[in-house]
Design a protein around this ligand. Structure first.
Ligand code: DHB
Ligand code: FE
Length: 282
């Protein structure tokens, strides 16, 4: 049986990819952000997951407004990265786990979560920057787990509700726990926290709301499902809808988790950057 060992959250800001490429991690602007990652890397080095399920939101590379799946999963043997125009160096392809992907699809569709299957999927900064943060040198880090991308629509309204996102994670968990192979799985929820990149409120960050979300997601994720999508946009900004990824990740971890590591720093580019390691309870 697959074992879900924990969940990781991080923002996926493209400027972070550029900071990594230029080796700026120790500069005063960047240090309070990058300091969040070594303890999580130590935990990963100790637990060595076989697979990383990376729940992110595509920003127009894999899908565009003309065709926008509400939930999509990669079922490929590898996933390539492409130039999105942010100036981040393009990474090599990430190895997938097609067998596990199809097992998840079988389980979730039988569970009435009709997810779009992608036998080819280009992955954007929402996927690659977190991989670089947790596994430096990704995808060439020797401990790099096999990767499965899952993307949800946070761009083209109507987007899923917070309850649907949490329920998605619970269904993903049921599918994983029925996998016959004995593998260790870590779940990433990338994006957020509050940010708004466009319009009159561009630059909007709400640290009180972000901190409340970081606190409640540990032991009371159900309470966050009371937040409506309109309220999420109002409180977290138009791109703060990426918090849906965190809820999807949290649903997959089961009822009891331990917050092993957390960091919150503002601003990183235009975003409230939250980083968490949640270890699954036994
Ligand atoms: C920024 C944040 C994002 O989530 C993103 O996808 C692009 C840019 C930013 O803060 O610059
Ligand atoms: Fe984003």
């Amino acid at each position: 049986m697959a074992r879900i060992i924990g969940g990781l959250t991080t923002s996926h800001i493209p400027a972070v990819g550029n900071a990594i490429a230029r080796g700026l991690q120790d500069q005063p602007y960047w240090r309070p952000f990058f300091d969040a990652y070594p303890p999580i890397r130590d935990w990963l080095a100790q637990h060595k997951p076989d697979v990383a399920i990376n729940i992110y939101n595509d920003h127009g590379l894999g899908f565009f407004l003309d065709k926008m799946p509400t939930f999509a999963i990669g079922t490929a043997h590898e996933y390539r990265n492409e130039d999105e125009g942010w100036g981040i160096p393009q990474l090599g392809p990430f190895a997938g786990d097609a067998r596990l992907s199809w097992h998840i699809v079988e389980g979730m569709v039988a569970d009435e979560f009709d997810i779009t299957t992608c036998q080819e999927l280009a992955v954007d900064h929402g996927f690659t920057v977190p991989m670089q943060l947790f596994w430096p040198g990704a995808p060439d880090n020797p401990d790099m787990p096999r990767a499965i991308p899952i993307s949800a629509n946070t761009v083209q309204h109507p987007i899923p509700t917070l309850k649907r996102a949490l329920d998605f994670g619970k269904s993903l968990r049921r599918a994983l726990l029925s996998y016959p192979e004995d593998i260790k799985v870590v779940i990433l929820g990338t994006g957020g926290l509050s940010h708004q990149l466009d319009g009159q409120r561009a630059g909007f960050i709400n640290s009180d709301f972000d901190r409340m979300c970081m606190e409640k997601i540990v032991d009371e994720p159900e309470s966050l499902t009371k937040i409506s999508r309109m309220e999420l946009v109002e409180k977290a900004g138009s791109q703060g809808t990426e918090f849906l990824m965190w809820m999807m990740m949290r649903g997959a971890l089961g009822p009891k988790v331990h917050a092993i590591s957390q960091n919150y720093h503002i601003p990183v580019s235009n975003t409230g950057a939250g980083t968490m390691l949640l270890e699954c309870g036994t």
